[in-house]
Design a protein around this ligand. Structure first.
Ligand code: SF4
Length: 372
């Protein structure tokens, strides 16, 4: 019987993000691991490998497609209400015990994670996104950095059709992959999971490449929003939250920070669920450190004004939300506050164009997907 790894090895083509080294080795730059790969070796992500001195990378399939409100990604300062057509491949460079997308991200590591690849073309994905009225197309569900060549192929098609593009990523990048993505990616969400290198090593990464990626993304002009899933006992100490938010504010106090509630998932079922009070306390710390746009997520209706966007200059309500639902939109066509005319950082449309969906919905058979 053909294994999933063998199946995926057939859905590949030569990648762009690598250098050739002596003796047939090569070095991949798609993520912060920068794997040196002898001939025949496979990377930490388990989806990129050296075959006869060429780096083969995932191509021509998706692990899943879903239509999400853009608020779910979450982007709160980019076209509120837009439909974000979201696709993922398989595999990840980290192995977080609480991953909410483990069926796709850990498909090559965990025999319980069964996510059959579905043959797909960039044209089919973009055509489906347009047909549904999506404004944005997003690479998500697995770690998009490790499948960047495919994402760029889809995004070239998408940009030609007038769509915005986005990454929902763990941020374990390299200067090379960010340069490669810069022409094709508009919005970039980074999951800053902790400010403790030891914790990152438990998840299979290191803190420094992620901090470096955040600095570079902002300097290079991507629209960046950052999420931290607040896990009681793991990353919620006052000291850690202070250092984490101080770092973000040091890059830019205008970067929106979403602090979201944990609930037991996958292999991490020990810690208690995050309470609204915990989110409010973390938000207070972030505000003290200078962040201007802080949002509390995953607990709709329980976190007061922390679902809404307010003007950082005068406090005026700009966007009111309940979960992913836009209840009110008050920015000017120029993206300014209607009360004091302060410019609000983000990527805004000329007007609020309504919301096709405030809940995710699946695609399934309408895409004519073909299981490989
Ligand atoms: S994407 Fe990352 S983990 Fe995968 S081969 Fe490249 S450097 Fe290694």
């Amino acid at each position: 019987m053909t294994t999933l790894a063998e199946l995926l090895a057939q859905k590949t083509r030569e990648g762009a993000l690598y250098d050739r080294l002596p003796d047939g080795r090569l070095r991949c730059y798609a993520c912060g691991h920068c794997c040196p790969l002898p001939d025949g070796a496979i990377g930490v992500c388990k989806v990129r490998f050296n075959q006869d001195g060429r780096l083969l990378v995932p191509w021509g399939y998706v692990g899943g497609v879903q239509c999400d409100p853009i608020e779910k990604k979450p982007f709160f300062h980019a076209h509120p209400g837009a439909l974000a057509y979201s696709f993922g491949m398989l595999g990840c460079d980290l192995h977080c015990g609480y991953c909410q997308n483990w069926v796709t991200s850990q498909a090559l590591r965990d025999p319980q994670a069964v996510a059959p690849p579905i043959a797909m073309s960039p044209e089919a994905l973009v055509g489906d996104a347009l047909g549904l009225g999506a404004r944005v197309i997003v690479s998500t569900y697995n770690e998009p950095l490790i499948t960047s060549e495919w994402a760029v192929a889809v995004f070239k098609e998408a940009k030609g059709a007038g769509l915005l593009t986005g990454y929902v990523s763990n941020g374990n990048g390299t200067p090379q992959v960010l340069e490669y993505l810069r022409p094709w990616v508009d919005l970039y969400k980074v999951d800053l999971k902790s400010f403790n290198d030891r914790h990152y090593r438990e998840l299979g990464g290191r803190l420094e490449p992620i901090l470096d990626t955040i600095r570079r993304l902002h300097a290079m002009g991507f629209w960046v929003e950052i999420v931290t899933l607040l896990i009681p006992g793991f990353n919620d100490s006052r000291d850690e939250v202070s250092r984490l938010t101080s770092f973000i504010a040091g890059v830019s106090p205008d970067i929106p920070w979403h602090v979201t509630a944990f609930h037991g998932d996958y292999r991490m079922t020990g810690p208690p669920n995050t309470t609204p009070e915990m989110l409010l306390a973390a938000a207070d710390i972030g505000r003290t450190q200078g962040l201007r746009y802080i949002y509390a997520g995953n607990l709709p209706g329980q976190v007061g004004a922390l679902e809404d966007t307010h003007c950082a200059a005068c406090g005026e309500l700009l966007v009111a939300r309940y979960g992913y639902l836009i209840r009110e939109y008050r920015l000017t066509p120029e993206g300014h506050c209607p009360a004091c005319a302060a410019s609000v950082p983000g990527r805004w449309g000329e007007r609020f164009e309504g919301q096709i969906a405030s809940r995710p919905f699946g695609r399934g058979s309408r895409l004519s997907m073909v299981n490989l």
